[in-house]
Design a binder for this molecule. Structure first.
Ligand SMILES: Cc1cc2nc3c(=O)[nH]c(=O)nc-3n(C[C@H](O)[C@H](O)[C@H](O)COP(=O)(O)OP(=O)(O)OC[C@H]3O[C@@H](n4cnc5c(N)ncnc54)[C@H](O)[C@@H]3O)c2cc1C
Length: 383
């Protein structure tokens, strides 16, 4: 494997860096840290920024041309992800549509769904949210109780509630998992539900990483049209299993950690703390974790670029990202705690609070380890 970048890839990255430097305002890190990516102003900026990215073919270059892409390799997507995450992710949830909702529709959608949903993602016009977790179903998604029922005249009536739904208050559509009455053994089925459907109510949950990101979403006799079902009735698990591989390494969080680590080292130097061999050793160890996470992610991207089926490498990469996030966050809290508070250093605060959530978002760290132990080591599942 050769992970060096060619000239075209370097030029592509340089274009992104220049665009980000021009677009992110001076107070970016403070706004991002204290108002969160789904704050009203940042969301308005994100929508404008997304259209500009799309106009420059920087959203889904890795998609087929038929759906608005340029048939570029998966490596181009990771370059976009790295540069965006180096700034915390200024696209807001556009990454979700580009990384996994779009690919899921390409793989499992009808032609009409592809026509309807893929172009708006490619053009940076639509924001998605992910309606999987419920009060009694997080790791154990099989516990989900949101129900869909096929109506005699067509369409699905949906009842239930979702929780921790990032960006729901700002999203245009929800990629929803619900249990369809009569839909096979588990009944779990995917739906694409517009957020302005009558009967869909969003209630924000202020959280440590942001006052605006998290939400509860209630579905009360919400009726989604029949063509809102993605895939077959009861095919939800197949679809989710496929897309989780995209979701778990779709966000290049190691780049966020790397940028924060470089910033921490600069601050430690300025305070004369970096001369301490213990501090230097801890920084070096964090750097090793960040770069290990990067290379483990590249292993997965390499497989994807070669059209290999997803493997447990995804979970290894994801777990490495969580460790890297924590190692960098620990450096900040140990040596620069005065800068983590509100009004301190925006980048440190934003990374620190995001790192607190990283071992639970997109599947808990322990669950990644369970997957690795089962798939690689053949260990039995716990009782
Ligand atoms: C920042 C963030 C953003 C999120 N965004 C979304 C979103 O947009 N849409 C959405 O649907 N969900 C979202 N979530 C929810 C997330 O998917 C769940 O929090 C996660 O799946 C864990 O579920 P839970 O919260 O119910 O915790 P639980 O499943 O109760 O797990 C709690 C802890 O118990 C332990 N544990 C549980 N099961 C096992 C096991 N089998 N083996 C070992 N240990 C175990 C782990 O330590 C775990 O951390 C988000 C979460 C966060 C933190």
């Amino acid at each position: 494997m050769d992970f060096s970048w060619n000239d075209a890839e370097r030029a592509y990255r340089a274009e992104l860096v220049a665009l980000l430097e021009a677009k992110l305002h001076e107070n970016w890190w403070n706004d991002f840290a204290y108002d969160g990516p789904a704050g009203p102003e940042l969301m308005a900026n994100a929508r404008e920024f997304n259209r500009e990215l799309a106009a420059r073919d920087l959203v889904v270059r890795h998609w087929p041309e038929a759906y608005g892409g340029k048939n570029a390799s998966a490596w181009q997507q990771i370059i976009v992800s790295e540069e965006m995450w180096s700034n915390g992710e200024p696209r807001s949830s556009l990454y979700l549509g580009a990384n996994w909702a779009g690919p899921a529709i390409m793989k499992f959608g009808t032609e009409a769904q592809k026509q309807r949903y893929l172009r708006p993602i490619a053009e940076g016009r639509v924001l998605w949210c992910q309606g999987f977790s419920e009060p009694e179903a997080g790791t154990d998604l099989a516990n989900m109780s949101t129900r869909a029922e096929l109506l005699p005249g067509g369409g699905y009536r949906i009842n239930g509630s979702k929780v921790w739904t990032s960006y729901a208050s700002r999203a245009d559509v929800c990629f929803l998992l619900a249990r369809l009455d009569g839909g096979g053994k588990s009944g779990v089925t995917c739906f694409i539900v517009p957020m302005d459907t009558p009967g869909v109510v969003v209630r924000p949950i202020p959280a440590i990483h942001s006052p605006h990101d998290f939400n509860e979403v209630f579905f009360t006799d919400a009726v989604a049209p029949e063509d809102s079902r993605l895939g077959e009735e009861g095919q939800g698990w197949d679809i989710v299993t496929t897309i989780l591989h995209y979701e778990r390494i779709g966000a290049a969080r190691y780049e966020y950690s790397r940028r924060t680590l470089d910033h921490i080292v600069a601050l430690l130097r300025a305070r004369g703390l970096f001369e301490d061999p213990v501090v230097r050793g801890e920084c070096a160890s964090a750097l090793a974790m960040v770069e290990a996470a990067r290379l483990l992610t590249y292993v997965v991207i390499d497989g994807r670029a070669k059209d290999k089926p997803p493997s447990a490498d995804t979970y290894v990469a994801r777990f490495a990202m969580i460790q890297a996030d924590h190692a960098v966050a620990n450096l900040g809290s140990t040596y620069l705690p005065d800068l983590l508070v509100k009004g301190g250093d925006g980048m440190l605060h934003a990374h620190f609070t995001a790192a607190i959530t990283s071992g639970i978002a997109a599947g808990a760290a322990e669950v990644q380890l369970n997957m690795i132990s089962g798939r690689y080591l053949g260990l039995p599942r716990g009782a």
